[in-house]
Design a protein around this ligand. Structure first.
Ligand SMILES: Nc1nc2c(ncn2[C@@H]2O[C@H](COP(=O)(O)OP(=O)(O)OP(=O)(O)O)[C@@H](O)[C@H]2O)c(=O)[nH]1
Length: 353
């Protein structure tokens, strides 16, 4: 029997990993395989998955919808070789992925369809920030337009009147999608998992029309430019991912305050910050995140004795300059000696294929 597949998409910070954890927790007896895709070099999301028994495949430093398209097929083959070890597959896309390209192998390739059955493409939407995201980026539009099921998340942050308007607006953008609402304390998980795309006549003309010609699937793009730089070309974005790694202790309080100031004064182009922080004054790792101007701090698990204690920080936004963030992060180090930029991935505007 083909394994059920859920594609979980949604703009940066919409709440994909949070929903994923909630979903897997409500199904303790289901064995999940999970493909986590992040386009920065530092894969942070895999560490945020709280169920220890999940078979996680991390695909970092590229987007499944373009540069890692070929890798998806390889991973699917590998997963199929161990198909007796899991019941369902969930793919969490990057926050800027075009889900049409991630879904295409499941929709178009018989060899994939034999082993995997795409049940739903779920798009998480940040109720508070989606209007700005739709105005500023093409990615949010592609995600909402393509998905079968739209879950408006973070309803705790908006009024019911605004929420009703949002439902109307998103339904206008994608009239065929089902729309649900929820927040992290109360996700409509049963309704999400009960939904299957076959129930809504998937083959209606235009239903799954990808934004680019199908004939080009799978789209395989070079991972780096001919010059050998580490710039990664994305089809339609100016979005940059910066990854930093520090072996010195960081002062968590200082990081929090500096980040808050930065977001307050220059936050419009910083879409997402996520970090796992080593502060020598604390036994546990700490998770720092920001979405828009909202910052959250969360206590993680204690460091183990045999574990390397280090901080990893990923910053994603529009045309970000590494020097600005280098300066801020350097000021947060308890000692300033060993900071380094491990990767700087710039997604430049390039002509459509
Ligand atoms: N207030 C509120 N915050 C939420 C809700 N859901 C998620 N968050 C917070 O939003 C932030 C981002 O959540 P994630 O689940 O990491 O978002 P994501 O879509 O996986 O992020 P990327 O993988 O970076 O695109 C975290 O700080 C969450 O705690 C919600 O319903 N309400």
């Amino acid at each position: 029997m083909p394994k059920d597949v859920t594609i979980l998409t949604g703009f940066l910070g919409a709440g994909k990993t949070t929903l994923l954890n909630a979903l897997m927790n409500t199904r303790p007896h289901t064995r999940f395989a999970l493909i986590e895709n992040e386009f920065g070099k530092e894969g942070i999301d895999g560490d945020m998955v709280i169920r220890p028994d999940v078979d996680i495949v991390e695909l970092s430093n590229g987007c499944l919808c373009c540069s890692l398209n070929d890798d998806l097929l390889t991973v699917l083959e590998e997963l199929n070789d161990r198909s007796d070890r899991f019941d369902e597959l969930i793919i969490e896309t990057t926050g800027i992925a075009d889900p049409a390209n991630v879904a295409l192998p499941f929709l178009m390739l018989p060899a994939v369809q034999r082993d995997f059955s795409l049940k739903r493409v779920v798009c998480l939407v940040d109720a508070e920030l989606v209007e700005d995201q739709l105005r500023d980026t093409e990615e949010a539009i592609a995600q909402i337009s393509f998905s079968d099921l739209i879950v408006i998340n973070k309803t705790d942050r908006v009024s019911t009147v605004y929420l009703a308007k949002l439902v109307e607006m998103l339904q206008g953008m994608n009239p065929m999608a089902q729309i649900l609402t929820g927040h992290k304390e109360d996700y409509p998980i049963e309704a999400i998992m009960a939904f299957t795309r076959t129930a809504i006549a998937p083959d209606k003309p235009g239903r799954f029309t990808p934004s680019r010609p199908v004939a080009k699937v799978p789209v395989v793009k070079p991972r780096s430019s001919a010059s050998g730089s580490n710039h990664h070309h994305h089809k339609h974005s100016d979005i940059v991912s910066l990854s930093f790694r520090f072996t010195e202790s960081m002062d968590l309080t200082s990081l929090y305050h500096r980040l808050m100031t930065l977001l307050l004064f220059q936050g419009q182009d910083i879409y997402r910050v996520k970090g796992i922080i080593y502060d020598q004054t604390r036994k546990e790792r700490w998770i720092i995140q920001s979405v828009g101007k909202n910052i959250t701090l969360l206590e993680g698990t204690p460091w183990q004795e045999d574990e390397e204690q280090l901080s990893r920080v990923v910053i994603i936004g529009k045309l970000l300059k590494p020097e600005d963030f280098e300066k801020m992060l350097r000021q947060c180090l308890s000692k300033e000696s060993s900071w380094q930029i491990t990767n700087s991935t710039t997604l430049l505007k390039t002509p459509t294929l």
